[in-house]
Design a protein around this ligand. Structure first.
Ligand SMILES: C[S@@+](CC[C@H](N)C(=O)[O-])C[C@H]1O[C@@H](n2cnc3c(N)ncnc32)[C@H](O)[C@@H]1O
Length: 311
């Protein structure tokens, strides 16, 4: 529940029926007065709704309610402000350290899924899944030159730079507002954590063939992307860029896709085939479900020159 609260998981996806709710409430009250949340606040409306849901749950359970919880709730509804910026705090590892800042990655996010004409100002479900996958597969990422396409707010890349020791990491996206937010997110996390690799922030659009020239002398070992398969007008430019990366036979590409619409997904697979990109597919195992916010499976597409083609 604490993890879900910190990254403002939609209330419908939060499990309020936990074993020891009083203990979790104490922890959440402690977090609310922690400097990291004072400096980088969650949206107040989210906090009040969350506290209200906890209060209802405790009343239904017959739990004794602590005054501090009510007081905090009242204080927040009296000062509810919609003025951002707002942040989310992701706890991706298994443990929550006593020094909270060690455990969290803080990300400034827009509260709507499209803002300033881009989808890249909030972190998407597949982006969270990719971040967790990278943590569990550090051996695959170690010492690799990694390029992330459509990196958005930067959660996956920041976590990878902090935890997975790549040789170099390029955060790429086409949108200037996205890249500015990303810079800010990197700065925030650099104050609390040590980045263990070189990194760069690069404006790169799949639709601009000229942009590909910057990779002529810089061949990635690994290309990562999450939630970039939703706009079918982008499939051709995206696959064309992916094809370019596979000229280097050892480059591997891993795409994380939330399966919201199977027709769109099938169309993307057909475009991969059209570009002769060999791939395998798998579904993110259930063990990752702790971070998922929607009931849509995450598919992992692995593109490699020597892949045995998926049907
Ligand atoms: C749905 S968001 C996903 C962001 C991030 N990967 C995540 O999972 O949270 C899609 C991202 O792709 C970027 N994007 C869309 N079209 C692009 C293009 N033609 N070239 C490069 N990036 C693009 C958007 O700016 C946005 O950041």
């Amino acid at each position: 529940m604490v993890r879900q609260f910190m990254c403002a998981t939609p209330l419908a996806a939060v499990n309020f029926k936990v074993k020891d709710i009083t203990k979790e409430v104490d922890f959440i009250l402690m977090i609310l007065s922690h400097t990291i949340l004072q400096k980088y606040p969650l949206k107040t409306q989210y906090i009040t709704r969350f506290l209200k849901a906890i209060i209802s749950q405790m009343e239904n359970n017959g739990n004794e309610l602590c005054d501090e919880l009510y007081l905090k709730y009242v204080e927040l509804i009296q000062n509810e402000s919609n003025k951002g910026p707002f942040y989310k705090h992701y706890i991706l590892g298994n443990n929550i350290s006593n020094e909270l800042t060690e455990s969290v990655i803080t990300i400034q996010e827009s509260t709507s899924i499209v803002s300033q004409g881009t989808t890249g100002l909030c972190t998407w479900q597949a982006g969270i899944a990719l971040s967790c996958w990278c943590l569990k597969n550090q051996d695959i990422l170690k010492n690799k030159f990694i390029i992330e396409l459509g990196c958005g707010t930067g959660l996956s890349g920041i976590s990878t730079c902090l935890n997975c020791s790549p040789s170099e990491y390029w955060f790429t996206d086409c949108h200037s507002a996205v890249l500015n937010t990303l810079k800010h997110n990197i700065q925030i996390n650099e104050t609390y954590h040590k980045f263990n690799c070189k990194y760069d922030i690069v404006q790169f659009s799949w639709s601009d063939i000229e942009d590909l020239k910057m990779f002529e002398n810089k061949k990635p070992d690994l290309v990562l992307a999450a939630d970039v398969i939703f706009d079918d007008t982008m499939f051709e430019p995206l696959c064309s860029s992916l094809k370019y990366f596979t000229i280097n036979k050892t480059t591997e590409i891993i795409l994380f896709c939330t399966l919201r619409n199977s027709e769109t997904y099938t169309k993307f697979l057909a475009t991969l085939k059209k570009y002769d990109l060999l791939f395998t597919q798998s579904v993110l195992p259930d063990s990752y479900s702790i971070v998922l916010q929607q009931d849509c499976p995450i598919h992992i597409i692995n593109i490699k020159q020597n892949a045995v083609m998926s049907k």
